[in-house]
Design a protein around this ligand. Structure first.
Ligand SMILES: CC(C)(COP(=O)(O)OP(=O)(O)OC[C@H]1O[C@@H](n2cnc3c(N)ncnc32)[C@H](O)[C@@H]1OP(=O)(O)O)[C@@H](O)C(=O)NCCC(=O)NCCS
Length: 178
């Protein structure tokens, strides 16, 4: 089994962005991301109803990072601390062959290429540093913004139907680094 170690936390940077670890100071933005109707339209998760819930979510996320079970980045504009979105990796298989990716942006920060820029960096990290062979993404079939993003990132439609939730579609990207 390949050893994953997410401590120290891997801060990533791109031309416009810094991807850092979540802190309690992100509680307001996490609350908005997890309660805003438009952002959550296709996510099928219970809406966050209190700041306390947002805080326990942040604690749970950082515990999972300490256990090397998942990674979750706060996306920020360079030189600004405020979270504008998040991107995460989870569902690592025991042999480290496969993981899943998830992402979300606060509404005012959509439509600027921010997620594409963040995801390209995270994908590079997954394939080059974690040596994972396959990244999967599952989302609602009507989530066209997600389809557009994954198309731009060269993901493929797996064309497999999830029997537990036929409304979900799966996309994947293989590691082509030899
Ligand atoms: C999925 C989601 C992250 C996509 O966000 P997004 O901002 O559309 O994605 P991108 O970062 O790729 O930006 C693309 C848009 O920015 C535009 N853009 C502007 N400046 C740009 C730049 N410098 N570079 C690239 N694109 C740019 C593109 O033209 C494109 O616009 P279009 O959608 O009108 O064609 C967003 O819709 C979201 O948060 N949805 C809710 C959560 C969700 O459903 N998550 C997926 C399930 S895990």
């Amino acid at each position: 089994m390949i050893h994953r170690n997410f401590t120290p936390f891997p801060i990533l940077t791109t031309e416009r962005l810094t991807l850092r670890q979540l802190t309690m100071s992100d509680e307001q933005e996490i609350f908005t991301l997890r309660s805003d109707r438009e952002i959550n339209k296709y996510l099928g998760r219970p809406a966050c109803t209190s700041m306390e819930e947002a805080r326990s979510f942040i604690t749970k996320i950082n515990d999972n990072i300490t256990k090397n079970a998942a990674l979750y980045w706060a996306i920020t504009l360079k030189d600004q601390n405020a979270l504008v979105g998040t991107i995460c990796l989870f569902g690592f298989t025991e042999d480290n062959d496969k993981c899943e990716i998830g992402y979300e942006l606060l509404t005012p920060f959509q439509g600027q290429g921010i997620m594409k820029e963040a995801a390209e960096k995270v994908i590079d990290y997954v394939f080059n540093m974690l040596k994972v062979q396959k990244i999967e993404a599952f989302f609602h079939k009507d989530n066209l913004d997600s389809v557009k993003l994954l198309d731009k990132l060269s993901f493929h439609n797996s064309n497999e139907v999830d029997e537990e939730n036929p409304e979900l579609i799966g996309y994947y990207l293989m590691n082509s680094i030899k």
